[in-house]
Design a protein around this ligand. Structure first.
Ligand SMILES: NC(=O)c1ccc[n+]([C@@H]2O[C@H](COP(=O)([O-])OP(=O)(O)OC[C@H]3O[C@@H](n4cnc5c(N)ncnc54)[C@H](OP(=O)(O)O)[C@@H]3O)[C@@H](O)[C@H]2O)c1
Length: 438
């Protein structure tokens, strides 16, 4: 079995697949089209199948129907299947399938962020115990080889921060909203029309998808156990075009960012829409692209940019993992290894950053003074104030210097309770103000 023993050159390697949808079909195509190059590079001919699906009767372009099965045992229990590629998604029954594959000594490649961000440490332990390999490059940012760069190229670089735009759907929506003043609903509809957003976009626009990817990236970057439950996240569905216009006027763009950093020895990982200074490297990332900025004292800033989704893009990462498995010996320093440096998770309230706050107020004498008093009480200082409109629905936009998250949250709760304040205030963080960017 691979991992337990490096296969002799020339031995054909059988790849079984769990799933044959958008990514699975692209993986099969890539394996068939790239067969000669793969054999030349790895010394092994790869054989494809069996392939688990729910409905083997449905035609899939370019896929030999005789490879398809709805019986998981045909992939999981077949000793000739040396590598199991999991591209079916979901946590159940996938978790059980991967446990079974690893337990019998097969190596596993998965593109499943939900699974890895919940059960990654457990599955990596199972792989170690079985002497097999578990690889998951495609689970975070699809084609961008960020996990390989963190695990191999930057292993000794002591990464201090990973800041990313790791969800293409939200980046597309925010780019649209910023470009033409489209409302959130209009931009989402356009993203759905172009295939950048699912019919049910909740995971993307609510921030959960980005949180899963950031948990995975932070685990690798900081050699720590970070699960999705350790990552507080916010989405973009409460933003209005007005916020992007205000941000623009203040010299920022708004992006949904994942920010993972070491904070006095603890790990802080969060996802939220942030004001990004126009000169910041992440500000230029538009449309559905993903980008990850890796910072360390030794290497300063390294940014990786590329497509974060799509069948072919994701298949490219899956293939890279297969090749890594073929080239890796058990016991080498790259064998699985989610080394646990024992770093605790930082309490979210203790994380400092600068803030933007927009609130609707009745334009009456003393409103601003009352708001300013609350900030002063909470030890937060105001950098700039812009008031627009008048009457009962004036808009007050404030940018605050760096302060603690818990102080800001208390201030927002008190401001919301003021008689002059209408509706829900919008609070955003400013990147490069103690969070990731500096
Ligand atoms: N699409 C992307 O751009 C992208 C990017 C990065 C990562 N990923 C990840 O890659 C994975 C696959 O995504 P996808 O877009 O390819 O999904 P998809 O198009 O929905 O394909 C899922 C495949 O898995 C099969 N399947 C699902 N549940 C099954 C079950 N319980 N038993 C047997 N077969 C089952 C489906 O069978 P049927 O064909 O019979 O329905 C289908 O072939 C997910 O973890 C996703 O998060 C996707």
């Amino acid at each position: 079995m691979i991992g337990a023993r490096t296969p002799e050159p020339g031995v054909p390697i059988r790849i079984g697949l769990l799933g044959c949808g958008t990514v699975g079909q692209a993986v099969v195509r890539t394996l068939i089209d790239g067969a000669v190059t793969i054999e030349r590079a790895s010394g092994h001919r790869l054989e494809v199948g069996p392939v688990l699906v729910r409905d083997p009767g449905r035609e899939r372009p370019g896929i030999d129907p005789s490879l398809l099965t709805d019986d998981p045992a045909r992939v999981l229990d077949d000793p000739s299947v040396a590598i199991v590629v999991e591209v079916m998604g979901g946590v159940e029954p996938t978790l059980g399938y991967l446990r079974a594959a690893l337990a019998r000594g097969a190596s596993v490649v998965t593109a499943n962020k939900q699974l890895m961000s919940r059960h990654g440490p457990e599955l990596l332990r199972a792989a170690e115990e079985a002497g097999s390999e578990l690889r998951f490059e495609a689970s975070a940012c699809a084609a961008i080889p960020v996990i390989k760069v963190l695990r191999e190229s930057l292993l000794a670089a002591e990464i201090g921060a990973v800041t990313g735009i790791v969800n293409g759907t939200t980046n597309f929506i925010l780019t649209e909203m910023g470009r033409g003043g489209a409302s959130y609903a209009e931009a989402l509809a356009r993203a759905q029309e172009l295939g950048y957003a699912e019919a049910d976009p909740t995971e993307d626009v609510g921030g959960a998808d980005a949180a899963a990817k950031m948990a995975i990236l932070a685990s690798i970057a900081f050699h720590s156990r970070v699960l999705i439950d350790d990552v507080p996240y916010e989405g973009i569905d409460h933003l209005e075009a007005e916020d992007l216009v205000h941000a623009e006027g203040l010299g920022f763009v708004i992006k949904l960012v994942g920010v993972a950093r070491l904070l006095h020895g603890s790990v802080s990982v969060r996802v939220y829409p942030a004001l990004v200074p126009r000169g910041h490297r992440l500000a230029a990332i538009g449309g559905a692209d993903n980008a990850v900025l890796l910072e360390s004292r030794a290497t300063q800033e390294i940014m990786l940019v590329g497509p974060g989704a799509g069948g072919d893009a994701t298949a490219s990462a899956v293939l890279a993992d297969i090749l890594s498995i073929l080239g890796t010996h058990q016991g080498s320093f790259l064998h699985n290894a989610l080394a646990d440096a024992g770093r605790p998770i930082a309490p979210p309230g203790s994380v400092p950053s600068a803030f933007y706050l927009r609130t609707s107020v009745a334009d009456r004498p003393g409103v601003l003074a009352r708001v300013a008093r609350i900030f002063a009480d909470e030890d937060l200082s105001i950098l700039s104030v812009v008031q627009s409109g008048s009457g009962d629905e004036a808009s007050l936009v404030l940018v605050l210097h760096k302060g603690l998250e818990e102080s800001m949250r208390r201030a927002v709760t008190r401001i919301r309770a003021l008689d002059d304040v209408r509706g829900e205030p919008v609070m955003l963080r400013v990147l490069g103000s103690g969070e990731g960017g500096d």
